[in-house]
Each structure stands twice: as structure tokens, then as C-alpha cells.
Design a protein around this ligand. Structure first.
Ligand code: ZN
Length: 118
């Protein structure tokens, strides 16, 4: 027996909903990128140690690594909440790396709807 469809059910395919989902995915991706960067820290420390043992210069590698970190952190801090349009992870000057919610309106970054098919 088929489940009757609700005639007044709100459609999720409005442009607003699509932008909302896109913003949230961007927010999650920015956070994931920085998290992955943190996970590579032991690899970075080991390779620095190996380079130093072999008498190589680590200057360029250090700068590149720091630039990547800074880039990802800036990208993450500039993400705006699609709900309240404020910075999703930044309250005053602190970047909250652990939260999965907007620090202003507690909008969650976890999508409940299915992603639009493109
Ligand atoms: Zn918000």
C-alpha cells in the first residue's frame, strides 16, 4: 500500500535551499581540509627531521607548509553561515576548530537533505 504524499509538503529544490546546502558543504570541506592538514603534522615533523639529518635546508619546505596552513585557516574563517550570514567558525577573534555548529546561531553543518543531483 503506497504512503500518501502530503500535498503541502515544502519542496527542497528551491534556489535558496540549493545555495544553503552548497554553503554548508563548503563549510564542511573547509573544516575537513584543515583537519587533514593537522593529520599530516607528524609526517611533516618526520620529514623535517630526516632533511636536517641529511644536512638539507628546510626553509622552503617550512614556508610552504605554513602557507598551506594559513591558506586553509583563512579559507575556513571566511566561511559564512547560510542561516545568519555571520562567520561560521569565528566568534570574536577565535577560530573554533572543533565545532560542527555555527558559533552564532548553532546552525549545524551536517546536511539532512539529500544532495542535489547534477
Ligand atoms: Zn549562523
Amino acid at each position: 500500500m503506497p504512503i500518501p504524499q502530503q500535498p503541502n509538503e515544502k519542496t527542497l529544490k528551491t534556489p535558496d535551499a540549493v545555495t544553503f546546502g552548497k554553503d554548508l558543504r563548503g563549510i564542511v570541506r573547509a573544516r575537513t581540509r584543515l583537519a587533514v592538514c593537522f593529520w599530516t603534522l607528524p609526517v611533516y615533523v618526520v620529514s623535517i627531521w630526516m632533511l636536517l639529518n641529511n644536512g638539507h635546508s628546510i626553509d622552503s619546505m617550512m614556508w610552504i607548509y605554513m602557507a598551506v596552513y594559513a591558506g586553509f585557516a583563512i579559507d575556513m574563517s571566511m566561511r559564512n553561515c547560510p542561516n545568519c550570514r555571520k562567520q561560521f567558525y569565528v566568534k570574536s577573534i577565535f577560530l573554533n576548530l572543533l565545532t560542527k555548529q555555527c558559533v552564532h546561531c548553532e546552525q549545524t553543518s551536517i546536511l539532512t537533505e539529500s544532495p542535489p543531483k547534477h
